[in-house]
Design a protein around this ligand. Structure first.
Ligand SMILES: [Zn+2]
Length: 68
């Protein structure tokens, strides 16, 4: 399980990050969306799949799926 946190950006925005405590006790921060993307299912073209689908949603990728 990871802890989700927000980091304030210089421009006043917020960035969602996650923190993981390493075995040596130090805390690592990572970009939460990048973490999600790294775990997400991938389309044949390499893009992250949308929703629960098996493609990124591009028409050519959907037609490729139907041909299989
Ligand atoms: Zn695709």
């Amino acid at each position: 399980m990871i802890a989700r946190e927000y980091v304030s950006l210089p421009g006043g925005g917020l960035r969602q990050v996650y923190s993981i405590e390493r075995t040596d006790g130090s805390v690592a921060l990572g970009d939460y969306r990048a973490w999600l993307a790294s775990r997400a299912a991938r389309c044949a073209c390499g893009a992250v799949c949308r929703g629960s689908g098996r493609t990124c949603g591009a028409p050519e990728c959907i037609s490729r799926l139907e041909r299989c």
